[in-house]
Design a protein around this ligand. Structure first.
Ligand code: C2E
Ligand code: MG
Ligand code: MG
Ligand code: MG
Length: 277
């Protein structure tokens, strides 16, 4: 349903600008040209260690600055890119650019933290994913432990293959995060067979901490992380109250507007140099 929603949202947005609905076909061709036209921009959102408030990592979030459509958010084009397969090419560009950027940050001594990149289902299941990532690490010179790949529970649909791919990725030395945890359809069984470094608590849960059910869910995820030895990351932290509760519950990492919005590389550098909360 998310797919459909994303596309409808885009159509509304697009109608608002041109008065005409762009067909998926047109949109797809615009998307295909977007890489070459250099219309994609990467934003980076900082993540902070709950205990020390030191920067712990940055998540890469793509933006599309389309000449014809204006700024388009990923929620509006990733579903189509995924459906049409364009995501494989876009995703590869994202990984390459994020790795290049992180190498540059290392070189300038600005920070020494992993950069996270979101992987779509389609990307995850392409046959040569592991080779491609190995080649990108080689080409950019990024240490594998400074790249984290974010996957969602949907990859568990083909559990045996997923376990194999994840093990191959771990063998490369990269880190794995389970994104939007608790929002998908999956059993807890895979969590212990998947080699996962970070469990990301979906922002819907973080933002529901003031009610009893919300608190219960987040408490459970954090305790699950603790007993499995997996770091928990709270997404969507917007207030000091949320931040305090999460700290009390023993959450490991904060991510959210309260600590920093996704920013272009240069703006993130200023944000990081300006010190933390
Ligand atoms: P996600 O990976 O779960 O990323 C977190 C989303 O929450 C981002 O939305 C981020 O801007 C937003 N966010 C962070 N902190 C807060 C907060 O405190 N409050 C609120 N309300 N929102 C917050 P964004 O950038 O619009 O991305 C949406 C989704 O699009 C991502 O969700 C991810 O699933 C997908 N996406 C983004 N970039 C890529 C990409 O390069 N490749 C793929 N495959 N998917 C991507
Ligand atoms: Mg993510
Ligand atoms: Mg998420
Ligand atoms: Mg999400």
């Amino acid at each position: 349903h998310a797919k459909r929603q994303g596309r409808n949202a885009f159509q509304l947005y697009n109608n608002g600008i041109s008065g005409l609905a762009t067909s998926d076909f047109k949109m797809e061709s615009l998307l295909r040209e977007a890489i070459e036209k250099k219309e994609f921009v990467l934003h980076y959102q900082p993540q902070y260690d709950v205990k020390t408030l030191e920067i712990h990592g940055v998540e890469t979030l793509i933006r599309w600055n389309s000449k014809e459509l204006g700024m388009v958010s990923p929620a509006d084009f990733i579903p189509l890119a995924e459906e049409t397969g364009t995501i494989v090419e876009i995703g590869e560009w994202v990984i390459k650019e994020a790795c290049r950027q992180n190498v540059e940050w290392q070189r300038r001594g600005l920070m020494h933290v992993p950069v996270s990149v979101n992987l779509s289902l389609r990307q995850f299941y392409q046959v040569n994913l592991v080779d491609k990532i190995a080649a990108i690490l080689q080409e950019t010179g990024l240490a594998p432990e400074l790249l984290m790949l974010e996957i969602t529970e949907s990859i568990a649909m083909q559990e045996d293959i997923a376990i194999q791919v994840l093990q191959d990725l771990k063998a490369l030395g990269v880190l794995i995060a389970m994104d939007d945890f608790g929002t998908g359809y999956s059993s807890l069984k895979y969590l212990h067979s998947f080699p996962i470094d970070h469990l990301k608590i979906d922002q819907a849960f973080t933002q529901n901490l003031e009610n009893k059910e919300g608190l219960a869910i987040v408490t459970t995820i954090i305790n699950l992380g603790k007993s499995l030895g997996i770091c928990t990351v709270a997404e969507g932290v917007e207030t000091s109250e949320q931040s305090n509760v999460l700290k009390e519950l023993g959450c490991d990492i904060y991510q959210g507007y309260y600590y920093g919005k996704p920013l272009e590389a240069q703006a993130l550098e200023r944000h990081v140099q300006g010190g933390q909360k």
